[in-house]
Design a protein around this ligand. Structure first.
Ligand code: ZN
Length: 233
């Protein structure tokens, strides 16, 4: 398998390394990292630097009422959507996937327990209709306005042109897709945000991907704005 060419970017890797991503976003980044030695190396360095900085911090005495004031400020601080529901123990990409686990590496594999047969293939039951040629399985990592899904698309299927309420992270597991920003192959991660509008189309052999969406999708164009009232991606 070729090494990925589309990466999450430093900000998402720093948030991942610091445990600041919600579970679904951390799962998407960790699944990409299972395919990507460069991002595993980058995160290991970030964690080492973070640990060294923490070691150097001198414990300072707190002034009276300081803790109460900090807690009051945190109560009123609105967390960034991607940080909402951040998990103390983030899903971790522990190692390079073995050949028989390439399609569903850890930590993703752990979320598919009971759905894989002895040969590591996904069961055909449990897929939910999204649109013609496109089905999904909801994964248990989607709290706080987040959906985390496996999405399976037949060849040549187009997702309606859309933008994003917040962040969308899509990791290709098998096959591929293309949009205005490039071609995405197994291991690649596509990062969508509210400034980005696109129309992904699956490759002729189809596409299986892990998609974490925070804040939902919004169809664009006159027809899309009308359809937003009737569908829920
Ligand atoms: Zn990478």
């Amino acid at each position: 398998m070729n090494r990925p060419t589309h990466h999450p970017g430093d900000m998402l890797l720093i948030d991942y390394a610091g445990g600041g991503l919600c579970e679904g976003a951390a799962l998407a980044v960790a699944t990409h990292m299972a395919f990507c030695p460069a991002c595993r190396h980058a995160v290991a360095e970030m964690e080492a630097v973070g640990g060294a900085l923490l070691d150097e911090l001198e414990p300072a005495p707190l002034s009276p009422g300081c803790l109460e004031m900090m807690m009051a400020r945190l109560d009123h601080e609105r967390p960034a959507p991607c940080r909402a529901g951040a998990v103390a123990s983030k899903p971790a990409a522990k190692s390079v996937p073995k050949s028989d686990c390439l399609r569903y590496p850890e930590p993703l594999r752990g979320y598919l327990r009971g759905r894989l047969d002895r040969d590591g293939r996904l069961a055909e039951e449990g897929w939910r209709f999204l649109q013609p040629g496109m089905r999904c399985i909801d994964l248990p990592a989607g709290a706080n306005g987040t959906t985390t899904r496996l999405i399976r698309m037949k060849g040549g299927v187009a997702v309606p042109r859309h933008t994003h309420g917040d962040i969308e992270l899509t990791v290709v597991l098998e096959g591929g897709f293309s949009d205005e920003f490039g071609a995405f192959q197994p291991g690649d991660i596509a990062v969508g945000d509210p400034s980005l509008e696109h129309r992904p189309v699956s490759d002729p052999e189809g596409c299986l991907c892990l998609a974490t969406t925070i804040g939902g999708l919004k169809l664009t164009g006159p027809v899309g704005r009308f359809l937003n009232r009737f569908i829920n991606f």
